[in-house]
Design a protein around this ligand. Structure first.
Ligand code: G6Q
Length: 546
């Protein structure tokens, strides 16, 4: 297949970029009073406003043509159909089947995966109901008050983000904690005030071999057993989520307390599987299913909507426009919602692990930019930190703003202040402030003539900074499902254009491998000489200090 950069649409976009680079969005808005209406899409109550982008009808036409030339529609069909598009691991990619509320059969190697998915969903329902109704009791007969989810990466970030996002749907008497870092401080600080009799651990690991998770799980088991008589108690306090029954059993967890998932669920796409068990426990299975419903709605939209009105397609193509034609290296995720505090962390993994690749699906080295650096923070905090660089720095940073029209709380004034900041920021980034406008303000403030030019330059904002806005009624489980799935498919669109495998993670595997070798070298007191001088030096200095 031809490289995306060799395609006619790519060449056209390169020439078109010269034209657009000279135009200011301020003028595009003045020239077209219908710009917002034309460049925004509704998906039920969610509004996706992409009008504050450096685009014209021509840009969109060329971007859609690029999508057609890379065969995006066929690639979407192949993913939903269960083709083994994760070619390096020879796996299908079917997180969409996990939330397939239509229950339409989905075949992998000729076998429908839906009955298995429904069976695990039922197991999750029974378990989460039992914990929440106090039917499930600890070894001394007390109900569970604290659930500690032990996992890392894809087995941690998704559920952690969702549980935080849905805090208003949680019960104060049932706390869900997350431990991921192998740094003992994480586990120690989490369990230090917990009661063994009322604590339940979920050990979540696709492979059940990950160093961090297994180290934490073993220490958690030790902590638990230190105060308990008899190994049978473990069955009431440890459950596992994994694809590896053998290892789960070897750890000492009864496989009847194991929740299965499958190799066609990538870690960073696994919150919809049993990896989402802490979500079901925290907010109830009905709310977990609403989360699935929201994601399924986006799946149907992504699968069937024409390119021109397809939100993830637009998100992906706009990202490509800045990444590959304007040289933007980053993207900011800016939810104006404290409950979405971990959204940027989750999307950072989803995007950077998926599209942080330098070879195409045929194993050929790429000569163009792929995935952006994703970062972000809940608004308004970022405004008092890194927004300065977005407004006046030398880098182009496309931003995504997200907010709910309604808050879960009713303290007067807060929500209006929050949303006014969101909307004002998108306007300021787009409009900027000319030197002339800055001068007029300074003169009105009585600034002396000799400082006028210098200050006016410092207070000039170039504007023309692109942003997307997502505005919806409230952050409920279904809406959250919608938002996450939109971003998952945006990542897919970009990976499809770049012709990379968005579903393996060799960089993560490397880390897992290296840590084992170095761990071996750390034991004993003898000097290490098997690495280059810096690694030897670090190991030997560590040995001298410990
Ligand atoms: C995600 C990655 C990675 C993975 C963790 C945990 O897509 O594969 O982040 O989720 O390394 O792996 P386990 O679930 O196997 O412990």
């Amino acid at each position: 297949m031809a490289r995306c950069t060799q395609l006619p649409a790519w060449q056209v976009l390169q020439e078109h970029q010269w034209e657009i680079a000279r135009q200011h969005m301020r003028d595009l808005f003045s020239a077209d009073t219908q710009r917002f209406e034309r460049y925004s899409i509704r998906l039920d109550d969610l509004l996706f406003d992409y009008s504050k982008n450096r685009i014209t009808d021509k840009t969109l036409e060329h971007l859609f043509e690029l999508a057609r030339q890379v065969g995006l529609q066929e690639k979407i069909t192949a993913m939903f159909r269960g083709d083994k598009i994760n070619n390096t691991e020879r796996r299908a990619v079917l997180h969409t089947a996990l939330r397939n509320r239509s229950n339409r059969p989905v075949l992998v190697d000729g076998v429908d995966v839906m009955p298995g998915i429904n069976r695990v969903l039922e197991q999750m329902r029974i378990f989460s109901n039992a914990i929440r109704s106090h039917e499930w009791r600890g070894y001394t007969g007390k109900p569970i008050s604290d659930v500690v989810h032990i996992g890392i990466g894809g087995s941690d970030l998704g559920p952690k983000m969702v549980v935080k996002a849905l805090t208003p749907y949680c019960r104060p008497e049932l706390k869900v904690h997350f431990v991921s870092n192998v740094d003992e401080a994480d586990l120690v600080e989490t369990i230090k005030n917990l009661n063994r009799e009322t604590t339940l651990f979920i050990v979540a690991s696709k492979t059940f071999t990950t160093q961090e998770t297994m180290t934490n799980a073993l220490s958690a088991r030790e902590w638990f057993m230190a105060g308990v008589d008899g190994k049978e108690a473990i069955a009431k306090h440890f459950v596992a989520v994994s694809t590896n029954a053998e290892k789960v059993e070897a750890f000492g967890i009864d496989t009847k307390n194991m929740f299965e998932f499958w190799d066609w669920v990538g870690g960073r796409y696994s919150l919809w599987s049993a990896i989402g068990l802490p979500i079901a426990v925290a907010v109830g299975m009905e709310n977990f299913e609403l989360l699935l419903t929201g994601a399924h709605k986006v799946d149907e939209h992504f699968r069937t909507e024409p390119l021109e009105s397809n939100i993830p397609v637009l998100m992906g193509l706009l990202g490509i426009w800045y990444n590959n034609f304007f040289g933007a290296q980053t993207q900011a995720i800016l939810p104006y919602d404290q409950y979405l505090d971990f959204l940027a962390d989750h999307l950072q993994q989803a995007d950077m692990e998926s599209n942080g690749k330098s070879v195409d699906i045929e194993g050929k080295r790429l000569d163009y930019d792929t995935g952006p650096v994703i970062f972000g923070q809940a608004g308004t905090n970022g405004q008092h930190a890194f927004y300065q660089l977005i407004h006046q720095g030398s880098k182009l940073i496309p931003c995504d703003f997200l907010a709910a029209a309604r808050s879960h709380h009713h303290l007067g004034g807060h929500h209006e202040a929050l949303l006014s900041n969101f909307i004002a920021q998108t306007e300021a980034l787009m409009r900027g402030k000319t030197t002339e406008e800055a001068k007029v303000e300074l003169v009105a403030e009585g600034v002396p003539e000799d400082q006028l030019d210098m200050l006016a330059m410092a207070k000039t904002f170039p504007g023309n900074k692109p942003s997307n806005s997502f505005l919806y009624q409230s952050l409920d489980p279904e809406t959250l499902g919608v938002l996450i799935a939109l971003y998952e498919h945006k990542v897919f669109v970009q990976g499809s254009v770049w012709n990379i495998n968005s579903f393996d993670q060799m960089g993560v595997e490397l880390g897992k491998q290296l840590a084992k070798t170095v761990l071996k070298d750390m034991t004993g007191d003898e000097s290490v000489t098997s690495h280059e001088s810096s690694t030897n030096g670090l190991l030997n200095y560590y040995k001298s200090l410990r």
